[in-house]
Each structure stands twice: as C-alpha cells, then as structure tokens.
Design a binder for this molecule. Structure first.
Ligand SMILES: [Zn+2]
Length: 149
C-alpha cells in the first residue's frame, strides 16, 4: 500500500485490531521510506445472496428464516440452542461455499435436511414434512421408515 505522505510503496502493518463495531479491521501502517504512520480500514464486502423461492419470487438470503424453521422442527426435542446454532452455521457455510449468486430454496432445504438427519430423527421428519409438503400420512411414514432403518 502506498504511503499517503511520500507515495512510496514500502509500507508495513505495525498493528491490526477490529474497529469498534467489528465490521472492519483497523490497521496501523508505517512507511519504511519516510517513517510516518497512517491508519487504514479494511471492510469485508458483503455479497448479497438471492434465494429463488418455489413461486419464482426472489428474496435475500436470511439466516434467521432457516433458524426459525429448524427451531420449529426441534420443538420439545432434546436439541440445544447451541446445536441448532451450529447446524445453521454449517448450512450457511455450505450455502455460501456454493459460490452462486442465486440459489433455489429447495437446495437450501435439502442441505438443512441433510444436517438435521444426523442430529435428530424426529426433527428431521418434521422439517421434511413441512418442506416437502407430504400429501398424506403414508409419505410421512415412508420417510420415517427410511431413517429408522
Ligand atoms: Zn512515506
């Protein structure tokens, strides 16, 4: 990075710390040429991720919606808030790692189900029944049998 005082290229970072609101990194830099110090801020660029819903409407990816769905599925099941939080973290990471700008909600739903399956069987079936809109009890039972095997 160029020194704002003498325009030389050889500056180095002498200190890094999060800025007050934690959305940026504050760096103190020193210029090796003139010895002056200056401050820079690095911001993380947020990339908006768009979810394509079943009705083809688009909305911004919203972690809290996933969390609410999982929470509902885990109602009165032995799953801690911490476990749910971690599961949603994993889902979010996986979704962002797809590196797509637009992702169908069905893809996100499948990722959630995949992780719920390992966490809690009943919660998984509940989530799947809402998500896949099971038409009747038989479909529901089939799904249940599959995971209990
Ligand atoms: Zn300088």
């Amino acid at each position: 990075m160029k020194c704002p005082f003498c325009n030389q290229d050889n500056t180095r970072v002498v200190d890094s710390r999060p800025a007050d609101d934690n959305t940026a990194i504050r760096r103190r830099r020193m210029c090796d040429a003139c010895g002056k110090r200056f401050t820079t801020y690095e911001k993380v660029e947020t990339i908006p991720l768009i979810v394509i819903k079943k009705d083809q409407n688009r909305e911004q990816f919203d972690r809290s919606k996933i969390e609410a769905g999982v929470l509902r599925a885990c109602h009165k099941r032995p799953v801690s808030a911490e476990q749910i939080h971690r599961l949603v973290d994993d889902v979010e990471t996986e979704v962002f790692n797809l590196e797509e700008r637009e992702i169908p909600s069905s893809v996100i739903g499948e990722i959630v189900m995949d992780k719920l399956k390992d966490l809690e069987a009943v919660a998984y079936v509940r989530f799947a029944s809402v998500y896949r809109e099971f038409k009747d009890v038989n479909t529901f039972m089939d799904e249940l049998k599959k995971i209990l095997k």
